[in-house]
Ligand binder design. Structure first.
Ligand code: ZN
Length: 61
């Protein structure tokens, strides 16, 4: 199972982080079906999308 992530900037201050090869197609909007969690960072917002396989909870720190 791949654990690759795609980082895509959709606006000057918005970056989406989506899991590749997930079971659903992620939309680069805050309304993506996975319910991305916005994280405010200096200079903008990062929207971390949730993978259906829960890989973000399996990675080593
Ligand atoms: Zn998503």
């Amino acid at each position: 199972m791949t654990t690759d992530w795609l980082t895509k900037q959709t606006a000057d201050d918005v970056v989406h982080v989506t899991p590749l090869d997930d079971d659903i197609v992620h939309e680069f909007t805050p309304g993506c079906p996975c319910g991305p969690a916005p994280q405010v960072v200096p200079g903008g917002v990062i929207l971390v999308h949730a993978s259906l396989d829960g890989r973000e909870h399996q990675e080593e720190p």
